[in-house]
Ligand binder design. Structure first.
Ligand code: GUN
Length: 293
C-alpha cells in the first residue's frame, strides 16, 4: 500500500507556482489576484477561505477577502460580484458555498464572469469542460487527477466508481475520468443515494472516488484487493483530543480499507490540500489569459 501524499504534492505545486509568479513579475506581467467572498460564520467555510487566502500570499498572488453577515441580501451579493467582474486587476473570483438559504447559489454562480470563474462552477465552464474546450476545471476534481498523474497511477480501461454526484466533485470528476485522456479513459460508474447493490458495484472498482460526505462510509468489505481509493470526505466531527475541538473525517474507513489498497489518500493531507493548489493554478492561468484569450 502506498499513501498518496496530497500535502507534499500541493507544496510542490505551490513552489512551482511561486517560481512562475516571480518570472511573471520580473518580465513586467501582472501579479495574479484572487478575490474570495465569504458569507456567514460557518467554521469550516471560514477555515477553507482563510487557507485559500494564505495560500495566495505564499505563492506571491494578491488576494482580497470580502466578508458578509448571513443577513446580506442576494442583491447586495450580486452587485459585489458584478463590481469584481468589472475590476480589471482581479483575475479570479470565488464565492464560498454553501450560501444562506435566502440566496440562490445558482444565481450567484451564474453571475460570476466565466473568465474569472476559477472554481469552474459556471455553466459555461461546465459546458466547455464537457465539450473538451479550454475551461476552468473545478478545483477538487482537477486536484484528484493531478494526484493520479503525479503518482503515475494507470487509469486506461480501469473501472472507476464514483460515490456521490455533487456539482462540485462527483459529477465533474466522473466526466473527467471518462475522457479520452490521461488520467482518464476509465469506465465510470456513478453511485448515489438511490443506487442498488452499491457494495457489489464498489467491489468491481479498480479506482474508488468517495465523495458523498458520510464519514467512514466505505468499509473493507466494499473494496477489491489492490484498488486505488481516493477519499474526498472532509466532515468535521467533535474530538476531545484536538485543540480545535474537532477533527476531519473522510468518507473511507482508512484503518480497515488501507491494507487492501495499492494506493490510498489520507484525510487530512490527501485531496484537501490539492483543492487549494488547483485553485491557485486556475488563478495563474486566468492572469496569463491561458483559458480565455
Ligand atoms: N464549498 C465546498 N467546496 C467548495 C469549493 O471548491 N469552492 C467553493 N467556492 N465553495 C466550496
Amino acid at each position: 500500500m502506498e499513501l498518496i501524499d496530497g500535502k507534499k504534492i500541493s507544496d510542490q505545486i505551490k513552489e512551482e507556482i511561486a517560481v512562475e509568479v516571480e518570472k511573471l513579475k520580473a518580465s513586467g506581467g501582472k501579479t495574479p489576484h484572487l478575490a474570495a467572498i465569504l458569507v456567514g460564520n460557518d467554521g469550516g467555510s471560514i477555515t477553507y477561505v482563510n487557507n485559500k487566502v494564505l495560500a495566495c500570499e505564499k505563492v506571491g498572488f494578491k488576494s482580497t477577502l470580502i466578508r458578509y453577515e448571513d443577513s446580506v441580501t442576494e442583491e447586495e451579493l450580486l452587485n459585489k460580484v458584478q463590481e469584481i467582474n468589472n475590476d480589471p486587476d482581479i483575475d479570479g473570483l470565488i464565492v464560498q458555498l454553501p450560501l444562506p438559504k435566502h440566496i440562490s447559489s445558482d444565481k450567484v454562480t451564474e453571475a460570476v464572469s466565466p473568465q474569472k470563474d476559477v472554481d469552474g462552477f459556471h455553466p459555461v465552464n461546465v459546458g466547455r469542460m464537457v465539450a473538451n474546450l479550454p475551461a476552468f476545471l473545478p478545483a477538487t476534481p482537477a486536484g484528484i487527477l493531478e494526484l493520479l498523474k503525479r503518482y503515475e497511477i494507470r487509469t486506461k480501461g480501469k473501472h472507476c466508481v464514483v460515490i456521490g454526484r455533487s456539482h462540485i466533485v462527483g459529477s465533474p470528476v466522473s466526466i473527467l475520468m471518462a475522457k479520452s485522456a490521461y488520467p482518464g479513459n476509465c469506465t465510470v460508474t456513478i453511485c448515489h443515494s438511490h443506487t442498488h447493490n452499491l457494495k457489489e458495484i464498489c467491489l468491481q472498482a479498480d479506482i474508488i472516488i468517495a465523495a458523498l460526505g458520510k464519514p467512514e462510509f466505505v468499509t473493507a468489505d466494499m473494496v477489491k484487493e489492490g484498488a486505488v481509493v481516493i477519499d474526498v470526505g472532509t466532515t468535521r466531527v467533535a474530538s476531545s483530543v484536538t485543540k480545535s475541538g474537532f477533527k476531519l473525517k473522510g468518507d473511507v474507513n482508512f484503518e480497515e480499507v488501507a491494507p487492501k489498497c495499492s494506493f490510498i489518500t489520507p484525510v487530512p493531507g490527501g485531496v484537501g490540500p490539492m483543492t487549494i493548489a488547483s485553485l491557485l493554478l486556475n488563478t495563474l492561468k486566468s492572469a496569463k489569459k491561458e483559458v480565455y484569450a
